[in-house]
Design a protein around this ligand. Sequence first.
Ligand SMILES: [Zn+2]
Ligand SMILES: [Zn+2]
Length: 305
Amino acid sequence: MFIHVTDQVYMVAPTDQGTFPSSISFYIDDEIPTLIDTPLTVWAQAFKASLGDRPVKLILNTHYHRDHTGCNYLFPTADVYAHPADIPAMVSREAFIQYYGFDKYADKSVFEGIMSWIQWSPCSVTHELEDGQIIKLGNVELTVIHTPGHTPGHCVFYWEKQGLLFSGDIDLTNFGPWYGNINSDITQLISSMEKLIKLNPQVICSGHKGVVEHNVREQLEKYLARLLEKEESILKALRKPLTLDELVQRKLVYGRWGKPEDQFYFFEKLSVMVHLRRLIELQQVEEYQGKYRATGAAASKCAQL
Ligand SMILES: [Zn+2]
Ligand SMILES: [Zn+2]
């Protein structure tokens, strides 16, 4: 699909909906014709068909995930911008594997299964994004806002004059924020969300939900609330000491697992580990005899809920 959003901005996607593993890119028709993100490599043909023969001189990648970088290779002459904290996972397979936690936490079958369908290949990144940087495309001027948490280098792009925010995987879907990589960070994600709520954009162009133009602030707040609800439910479960596996089996992050189940198990486990790392840091959870449990203060706080 190739759909007009507003002056000079188009939504371009290989399928009719952006739900993962599909995704939505945005095309800016300006002096420097620009793409914000490109979909998984598996969608290359459909993506090219949607874009037609429109020129692309610049690609701005919100983050390193393959559903946002997988078709960069279709535009070998374009400049490619990404944040330095995410670039290693775009240029090195080894770094990509470490960012996902595959090397330490995944079974061989999960690792190989995921690596085969994402078709990792190196991206040639030509420029580094920097928080606060202004990228002039002609009439359109985008401010780069570093919003780590989902990934360390996740960035969003703000067209201030129009109040329009390209938000990548701060995507406002019902699932809520995703933090299933070993170097995802919930504390950072919360402050990134708070930054965007304060920014108060009028329109959000999301990497999986498309264009959101009603109740934007409310939707940002709800999205953050979903994350906090999941954290509360983990704290509540830990009023009784549980092993990591017992906690993972409760499916408190995903709610239910799709297929293949071992991949969902892996991402549930990583997400729970990311929660636990933060909760231990906040001294709301402690490790005790191979199990995790809410500390006295956190447990009594939960009891009142
Ligand atoms: Zn992502
Ligand atoms: Zn995504």
